[in-house]
Ligand binder design. Sequence first.
Ligand SMILES: [Zn+2]
Length: 427
Amino acid sequence: MKSFRNALSKAGMSDPPLSAERLAAWYRVNRPISLTGLTDTAQSPAAVTFHGDVITPSGTALGGWVEMTLRSDGTYTFKGHMHDSGWDPYDFRVRAVVSTPNLVVAAQRSGHTDGTGSDPLGHPNRDCDWQEDGKEPRIEMFWPEVRQGTMTVSKSYQDVGVLKTIEDITADFLGFVAADVLGSPVLGLALVIGSELGKVTGLKWGDPTILVGVAEVAGIVAVFGFGALVPAIGVAVAIAPNHRRLNQDEIRFASAVFGDTLPIDRIMLTDMAGLGGRRFTFPNVDGDILVNLGPAYSNPDPMHYTQGNYPIIQGTPGGYPTQGQLFIHELVHAWQIANSWFVPGWICDGASAQMQGRSTYQYGPAGPSYKNMGSIEARAAIVDQWFGKYAKGWTSVDDAIAKLNSPAATSDPYFTYIANNIRLKQE
Ligand SMILES: [Zn+2]
């Protein structure tokens, strides 16, 4: 039986309010709304297709089109066609970028077309067609924003010389990123899809003796993770972000919340921050999880840093008023990366709040399963706010541990998520 509720959940709408109007808006179905029609529509994932023509100046016998289809289940199709109608052969590179206020989804294709001169007596291979299908979970996570994006197409071409090596492609892409993507002051995240750019983010950026995954391009620092990069600030031109592993005090401190379920050996703390000062937690190609704390790294240190200028949420003072609360929040994201298949990296604060179209840090009364308690941010907030409420005023690591083991802390309605999810690695 077709279920309206299943249709809603398939569209990714597990959070209230569940309504036909919302589903209709999601699928861009016009009024009057037929429930049966909606349910039929929702049997397949919502999709948005962006199409752009590749136009070259007169005198250049090269043209074509490119198309990117993004779907609410995270799958995508990147395809295109290029045609050479003249004498000269061309090597070309076409780049399609879907932009939203907070993130971009970029894909690229390099190829070759023959002209008449390539094989004057035979059959020159004038066309280049391609199609790539894949899945990027962050398209699903940011679907409400992604589906409202706009696509721009850029191209370059030449009749001599080729961008054949991965180094060539990389240098070219980084130049583009620096100029057109990272130049946006609000951008949080650049997702790259398709095989060509996928190779770029899979490389070991930066000097491994400094920090793998961090590269500087045209004066802008970017952190590379699988399938994505994040522009960062707070780093000197020499690309030497301060970074270190957790120390013994921090490991004990964190274990008061997480038990032994944090990937301690993978966690690397750094003083980088995203644009707008956003903190972000991101794995690099070596498997290290970079926990980028910005000022919380050394002002005075992660365990003692506080930040409290956010509104009250769920009766709890917003922000991170208890010493170490922000540190705990970011460590939840590291825990999520290690223990969930669908969290490939995370950027906190305004970006995600805007992307989700609601206050992402809010969660409802305890009761539902942890994964139904809200967004990734809400689930991190449950943990850091439980910590913040009961560890408040701690004076030593032992004191913090004692406070978190108090009857009040362990009888809190949200403690079930600490005990039965976080400490048992149960997403
Ligand atoms: Zn967060």
